[in-house]
Design a protein around this ligand. Structure first.
Ligand code: FES
Ligand code: FE2
Length: 391
């Protein structure tokens, strides 16, 4: 870790992150490599009932996640027959049945219902043995993650998130679906994600929202955690053991929020504990890149679930009323950030890796390191869905 005032400059920073902002080939390469990284896909509260499903993406690949009783499974969103997308909306309920020729799949992704199969293919569906590409799925609290695991890559979600797993599990201990909003931004996904790790811009970009002194940056401690230290956290105050204590208290079920905190989970997900008068709010934020220069910033927000059994009805009613007005806050603060992101994107092709990062931007540099490691992975292959008939 650098000293408190030592800048991170050009030659210390990994080079590849900047290329994907303005070069479509670099963006495609990036998205291909990110398919192997555990990625937030949605919440279990999005799919409470049997056969509920949501569409999502991992890197540049469309996937869907479906509930089968107590099990949650994920598949690449393409039919084994002629590779039509099985899910063409963002969410729904129903068996896996392709709209193109009505092939139907079971919960293992096997094609079990194929119209006129013996007549047209000469074998039974079982003998044909066609199946979907299944993705690896795991949950942390109510958050669903998925990835395309390479052969031999056995890193579990818990290993990947490290100590952050216990914190995320505790702060997303929900029993009903939270409110959700989406903000489209005309910039590469890295820009809104990086700005959320930048505690230096508050005075210049948010003078009305955070005050002209940028109060969030006085007495700050940053932490890194998880596999390869890919993830990072912002804690106000200067207690070196604050992160470890929060992890232990979340594991013990004794944690009670008392400070503003931010947790980032590489590649594009974060969780914020925000103090509002009388209680704490949680915001889960994901910057989903939909194209090289387009991002959907997804925000899920809800009153902190800690001590929820001890909340009175009037407290819950008050928290609900505050929740109703939260989008005004998001619209204002994210709008201020996103204007900067879009102006930055306008010269994307000129941005290179040279940056001078000060103390309050360390986490941006840590993100770039994690990004560089992810880009060093082998190419994620496209799985062949068709397998030779078993006869
Ligand atoms: S492409 Fe899906 S059934 Fe033909
Ligand atoms: Fe900001």
């Amino acid at each position: 870790m650098p000293s408190d005032t030592q800048p991170l400059i050009a030659s210390d920073l990994p080079p590849s992150w900047a290329r994907a902002l303005g070069d479509p080939a670099a963006f495609a390469r990036e998205q291909n490599r990110l398919a192997q990284v555990w990625t937030m896909l949605g919440l279990t509260t999005d799919i409470p009932k049997d056969n509920d499903w949501i569409r999502a993406s991992i890197g540049d690949r469309s996937v869907f996640v479906q509930r089968f009783g107590d099990a949650i499974r994920g598949f690449e969103n393409r039919c084994a027959h002629r590779q039509f997308p099985l899910r063409t909306r963002d969410r729904g309920n129903g068996v896996i049945r392709c709209a193109f020729h009505h092939w139907q799949y079971d919960r293992q992704g096997r094609a079990i219902g194929i119209p006129r199969c013996p007549e047209l293919f000469g074998v039974t569906p079982r003998e044909l043995g066609a199946s979907l590409c299944q993705i690896e799925i795991a949950t942390c609290g109510t958050v669903i993650f998925g990835r395309f695991a390479m052969p031999g890559d056995t890193m579990t979600l818990e290993d990947y998130l490290g100590d952050g797993f216990h914190i995320l599990a505790a702060i997303t201990n929900l029993d009903k679906a939270p409110r959700h909003l989406v903000r489209p931004v005309k910039s590469n996904w890295q820009l809104p994600y990086q700005i959320s790790m930048d505690d230096y811009h508050l005075v210049a970009v948010h003078p009305g929202s955070f005050g002209k002194n940028g109060y969030l940056t006085t007495g700050v401690t940053y932490f890194r955690y998880g596999a390869n230290l890919d993830h990072s956290a912002y804690f106000p105050g200067a207690e070196d053991d604050a992160f470890g204590r929060m992890v232990q208290e979340c594991r013990d079920g004794t944690y009670v929020p008392h400070r503003f905190r931010i947790f980032h989970f590489f590649p594009n997900f974060s969780a914020v504990m925000l103090k509002v008068p009388g209680f704490y709010f949680v915001m889960l934020i994901q910057c989903r890149g939909t194209a090289m220069d387009k991002t959907d910033v997804n925000v899920w927000y809800f009153p902190s679930p800690f001590q929820k059994d001890q909340k009175s009805r009037s407290q819950k009613a008050y928290e609900d009323a505050v929740a109703f007005f939260m989008p005004h806050y998001f619209t204002r603060v994210l709008g201020e950030d996103n204007r900067i992101n879009e102006q930055h994107q306008a010269i994307a092709r000129q941005i290179d890796s040279r940056q001078i990062l000060g103390r309050h931007e360390w986490r941006v540099g840590w993100f770039m390191e994690a990004y560089e490691r992810a880009m060093g992975r082998e190419e994620t292959p496209v799985a062949s869905l068709w397998k030779a008939p078993a006869v």
